[in-house]
Write a protein that binds this ligand. Structure first.
Ligand code: 3HC
Ligand code: NAI
Length: 695
């Protein structure tokens, strides 16, 4: 049973009990319908209360059931809500906490709603690429009015129950600390004899000149929705609440819901929802693995990354000390942090008071003795093994026993770094992305000796810092940078073969990337990749690269920071202008290496860049560097601007079909630089088996 039935005097209490969030899956729906029928059959019962066990009233329809026959098996969510609405005895929803999606739709089918303050009310379906499909778009406007309901449905943002007190959504919002269930049972007793039973469906939506408002909403939402179809469909469904009879509106909502739920965008968003949650699960590290408390932190190196990482700790209320070798570098790092907070205040995203509190949590030092008692230390010094060695030997000497020793290295061998200490079990990689105070991704690098409790602690820390933590094994570049290298190589080859930077960027941005590779290079600094390639030319002489990026750097065009990169920039303006100098250099280079430039279509550009990611992702998966394909997708969605509506590179490959990806790769393998296109064995195997990476 996933709903319990109890009797409290003359009131039946049905408790949804499907942990963790009482998703309204088939078993829960069946048990809830049975509960209503039992109450109706019992003459001693005069009213019914529906509530939820644990941390939620209900998080909504069970998303795992979508696209499976279960979602359509009776009793469906529609049937459950119908049974509730048709009840001849009053039904009261007792909402103590999360009440979302189908959960709120169920509550709207009840005759009355009693809520505790702080309950999170939302119709968040739009975030999954769908719309409320069980009457939410028809009933919410009838209790909250057109404008407020439309805002909630189009944004999916939760609203606290106390903010909705006084609307027709609630009959009562209890006082803080009151016993909600007792209040709901008392309320049910009070209204038990009232007839006719109030029903949301019988209310009307009154809004003067609703057509003008709806048209304004359509225009605004259309401009903001980009490739996501659901927001605009939400507006259409809500419009039906005003323009159609209730049952017709319900039918219209259902039609739109069925279209959206089958759409590739919704499938991608649902994939991302589960991918984000599963990423924190590591098969051999059980959920109850004890974690080390992190109440204080230290950062070694106050440069670009160190400062941003420190801000993450301060934002989470954790005091953090920055260590540098020189006072000037330390002062510069601390000043940058202050400047960043001040600009956030100027943008109105943080109050001055909060900014000051956070700044006060950050301090600096030149002395290792001052950081010895920190619970975690994150090293963010230069990307050179020699420098890392000196730092880790020092950390090993001074840090208290049990401190977590983390490295922000983006490419270096974490196991080698751990070997510089006598406590490799305490060493882990925490690879933040730039700007570290903004980017959601935290790649957590598990060394061969990293302790399970240290890994569990880093995953818990990622949540505390509001990051998406994804675990990677040790390899050059870990998941994200190892893959991006193949993408960048292809971008370089495209330039040699006939593309200009703006053409490549435009094609990839039209595919949905936040930024193409060349605009990205100019933003991050082209000298970073140059330094990495110089190392690779020595360490991996057989890997081929286009020389174009080196030639660019030899011209001193490092990117926005030097006022020129792949593009030209005007002072104080981040807009990229095509550069005659660069374009001439590219044409000359093709001539120098004897390549006849050709017209390259957008499809080839996108395929070569994206399939390069996919092919390397397949190797990473096969080698066990990533635990699952969806982890790779999370890395790309949260760290590299891969379009969310495509679900990540591995999910995208699944939607294209792996045999199609394999065929395209085979085509490129027979072309120039075919050596970069050896298909990953896992890709070949899954394609032959008719499977995808994610299933
Ligand atoms: N269906 C199935 N599983 C769900 C779920 C749902 N609606 N909502 C949450 N879960 C699962 C998560 O996958 C996770 O599972 P795991 O433990 O195996 O990883 C677990 O519940 C806990 O989720 P969170 O880690 O997100 O827990 P939080 O406490 O941080 O957040 C929440 C709880 C606010 C409910 C959040 O999970 C959430 O936003 N869920 C989605 C809510 C939603 O979109 N509801 C609409 C569903 S669609 C619908 O109702 C259609 C209808 O209109 C027809
Ligand atoms: P940076 O050059 O901006 O900062 C490094 C800082 O470390 C400097 O302030 C320097 O004075 C200090 N430092 C050097 N040696 C030190 C020592 N022995 N003790 C104390 N401080 C010392 O470098 P950045 O970009 O912040 O990179 C740091 C690390 O983060 C590197 O490992 C890099 O690979 C990694 N990383 C960088 C990203 C980026 O986009 N810049 C992204 C993700 C990771």
């Amino acid at each position: 049973m996933s709903a319990e039935y109890q009797v409290n005097g003359s009131v039946a209490v049905i408790t949804l009990a499907n942990p963790p969030v009482n998703g309204l899956g088939l078993a829960t729906r069946t048990a809830a319908v049975a509960g209503i029928k039992q109450a109706l059959a019992d003459d001693a019962i005069k009213a019914i209360v529906i509530t939820g066990a644990g941390k939620a009233f209900s998080g909504g329809a069970d998303i795992k059931e979508f696209n499976s026959p279960k979602a359509l098996t009776e009793p469906t969510l529609h049937t459950l809500i119908n049974v509730v609405e048709q009840s001849t005895k009053p039904v009261v929803a007792a909402i103590h906490s999360v009440c979302m999606g189908g959960g709120l739709e169920l509550a709207l089918g009840c005759n009355y709603r009693v809520a505790a303050p702080g309950a999170q009310m939302a119709l968040p379906e739009v975030k999954l690429g769908i719309l409320p499909g069980a009457g939410g778009t028809q009933r919410l406007p009838r209790v909250l009015g057109l404008e407020m309901a439309l805002n909630m449905i189009v944004s999916g943002t939760p609203v606290a129950s106390e903010k909705l007190a006084g609307t027709a959504l609630f009959d009562e919002v209890t006082a803080p600390g009151a016993d909600l269930l007792a209040a709901a049972v008392a309320f049910a007793g009070k209204v038990a004899g009232i007839r006719p039973l109030p029903k949301v469906r019988e209310r009307t939506v009154d809004y003067p000149d609703h057509e003008a408002f709806l048209q304004f909403s359509r225009n605004t939402v259309k401009a903001m929705a980009g490739p996501f179809p659901a927001p605009l469909q939400c507006v259409e469904a809500v419009a039906a609440a005003v323009t159609m009879k209730f049952d017709d509106g319900l039918k219209f909502e259902r039609e739109l819901f069925m279209q959206l739920v089958q759409s590739p965008v919704s499938k991608a968003l649902r994939h991302a929802f589960f991918a984000e949650r599963v990423a924190s699960k590591v098969p051999d590290v059980p959920a109850d693995t004890p974690v080390r408390a992190i109440a204080s932190a230290a950062i070694v190196g106050a440069g670009t990354m160190g400062g941003g990482i420190a801000m993450n700790f301060a934002n989470a209320g954790i005091p953090v000390k920055l260590l540098e070798t020189q006072q000037a570098a330390l002062d510069k790092g601390l000043a940058t942090i202050r400047k960043n907070y001040e600009s956030t205040v100027k943008k109105g995203k943080l109050t001055q008071e909060k900014a000051e509190q956070r700044i006060a949590l950050v301090s600096g030092t030149l002395d290792y003795a001052d950081i010895a008692q920190a619970d975690i230390v994150v090293e963010a010094v230069f990307e050179e093994m020699g420098v890392k060695e000196a730092v880790f030997r020092q950390l090993d000497a001074v840090m208290k026993p049990g401190a977590i020793l983390a490295s922000n290295t983006s490419t270096l061998d974490l196991d080698q770094i751990a070997s510089f200490t006598k406590r490799p079990q305490d060493v882990i990689g925490t690879h933040f992305f730039s700007p570290a105070n903004v980017m959601k991704l935290l790649e957590i690098v598990r060394g061969k000796e990293t302790g399970k409790d240290v890994l569990a602690s880093a995953l818990a820390l990622s949540k505390k810092l509001k990051k998406t933590g994804v675990v990677s094994g040790v390899c050059d570049g870990f998941i994200g940078n190892r893959m991006i290298e193949q993408y960048s190589r292809q971008a370089g080859f495209l330039l040699e073969e006939g593309c200009l930077p703006e053409q490549v960027d435009k094609a990839v941005e039209q595919f949905g990337f936040a930024m193409g590779p060349f605009r990205m290079g100019d933003l991050a600094g082209n000298d970073i990749g140059w330094a990495i390639r110089k190392r690779r030319y020595v360490q991996k002489p057989d890997v081929t690269y286009s020389k174009t990026a080196d030639l660019l750097c030899e011209l001193g065009r490092y990117g926005q920071k030097t006022g020129a990169g792949w593009y030209d920039y005007k002072p104080g303006d981040r807009k990229a202008y095509p550069s005659e100098q660069v374009n001439a250099m590219l044409v000359q280079h093709s001539q120098d290496i004897g390549v006849e430039r050709r017209k390259i279509g957008d499809q080839e550009i996108v395929e070569r860049l994206v399939y390069a990611l996919v092919n390397e992702g397949a190797r990473i998966l096969e080698e066990g560097i990533a635990l699952r394909a969806s982890d790779i997708d999370m890395v790309y969605l949260t760290g590299y601007g891969f379009p969310l509506f495509r679900g990540g590179p591995m999910f995208y490959a699944d939607t294209v079909g792996l045999p199609n990806v394999q065929d395209a790769i085979a085509g490129y393998a027979s072309g120039r630089h075919g050596e970069a296109w050896t298909p990953a064995p896992l890709l070949v195997k899954l394609a032959a088996e008719g499977k995808g990476f994610n299933n």
